[in-house]
Design a protein around this ligand. Structure first.
Ligand code: NDP
Length: 321
């Protein structure tokens, strides 16, 4: 099979389009013919070495496709079933081994590029709203990178919960997309952001600031959050947040800061099925629209990473093997 492998970490050009042996399923696993692989920011952290993994490594954690082989003991899927998965390395490939209990069936009217864009970003949005934090009907939240993959889904799920959503974006086109997803107020980054957020929230600040941008926005997030509110730092698109003095949370308003990761919210198979089922059915029913903002051929993975990191993309990004 053809796959995108790295043998060293670094810039996008470390990704090699290469021929590897076809995988065979171990007990409890299936092999899937990949129809589309999701490109997520975490893939860039793994490629660059910011997140360390053993090498060589086939990149990619998410995808959708058709089951072509089944290992011993698998009873939940059959050959020919259309499925999607996340948190499974090796997805930038024509074939991938996936644990059967990590699979979700894909409804017939959801195509592979869309299905490959739902789980990782969708379950993240789901646990951010009902896991890391629990904002309630009427609360205001701040969502950085509102036109990104997670940002667009998080905005839609938050509106469905009755929240007031304030987003940040960098361009007019992204502002339009974020507003279309339902954001009540779309702002630009900048030192005056906390002041603008306070003006929109009766001078209180937001109940929860969702920050996947990191280094460039963390201070703004703290300053835009209300007394006893929470900052959920869930990513580092602009780089990691430097070490932080916890004492600062006291005068800032007895704030809570958390730094969650998806794996801890889907480790239990029942919780995975609940969250995955919720987001898959929200997309299938039309309650949530997934925007596939860019598609690249598998051998063009380096361009996909460069574009994602250069803030050129909106919504989700997929590779087509
Ligand atoms: P996005 O599609 O949101 O892309 C990142 C966006 O961040 C860019 O489009 C850009 O939007 C914004 N951004 C702001 N500053 C920078 C910068 N200096 N460089 C690059 N981008 C910047 O990506 P994803 O939806 O894949 O992921 C969003 C975040 O969520 C990432 O940090 C990712 O790691 C995190 N994540 C965390 C998970 C978890 O469980 N903790 C799971 C999934 C994702 P704009 O131009 O509008 O500013």
């Amino acid at each position: 099979m053809r796959a995108i492998q790295i043998t060293s970490t670094g810039e996008p050009d470390v990704m090699q389009y290469t021929e590897l042996p076809d995988p065979t399923p171990e007990p409890g696993e299936v092999v899937v013919h990949v129809g589309a692989a999701g490109v997520n920011f975490i893939d860039t952290y793994q490629r660059s070495g910011m997140y360390e993994l053993p090498l060589p490594l086939v990149l990619g954690s998410e995808g959708a496709g058709t089951v072509v082989a089944i290992g011993d003991g698998v009873t939940t899927v059959e050959i020919g079933d259309r499925v999607a998965w996340c948190n499974t390395l090796g997805s930038y490939a024509e074939l991938v081994r996936v644990r059967a209990d990590r699979l979700v069936h894909v409804p017939s009217d959801v195509d592979d590029p869309t299905a490959a864009s739902i789980l990782l970003q969708g379950i993240t949005a789901h646990y951010l709203l009902d896991g890391s934090a629990h904002p309630e009907d009427g609360d205001a939240i701040l969502v950085h990178a509102g036109a990104g993959g997670v940002g667009l889904i998080l905005t839609q799920l938050a509106k469905a919960k009755g929240l007031t959503v304030i987003t940040t974006v960098s361009t007019d086109a992204k502002a339009e997309l974020s507003a279309e997803a339902g954001a009540d107020h779309v702002l630009r980054y900048g030192a005056d952001l906390p002041e603008k957020v306070r003006a929109l929230t009766g001078e209180l600040g937001v109940a929860v600031a969702y920050d996947g941008v990191g280094k460039d926005t963390f201070e703004l997030s703290l300053a835009a959050t209300r007394v006893r509110g929470m900052v959920v730092l869930f990513g580092a698109a602009s780089g990691p947040v430097p070490p932080f003095d916890l004492q600062r949370l006291n005068p800032a308003g007895s704030l809570t800061v958390t730094r969650p990761t998806l794996a801890h919210f889907i480790a239990d198979p029942g919780e995975f099925r609940w969250r995955a089922g919720d987001v898959m059915s929200a997309v299938a029913s039309g309650a949530v629209t997934v925007t596939v903002g860019a598609r690249y051929a598998l051998d063009d993975a380096a361009t996909a990473h460069a574009d994602l990191q250069a803030r050129k993309t909106t919504g989700s990004v997929v590779l087509l093997p």
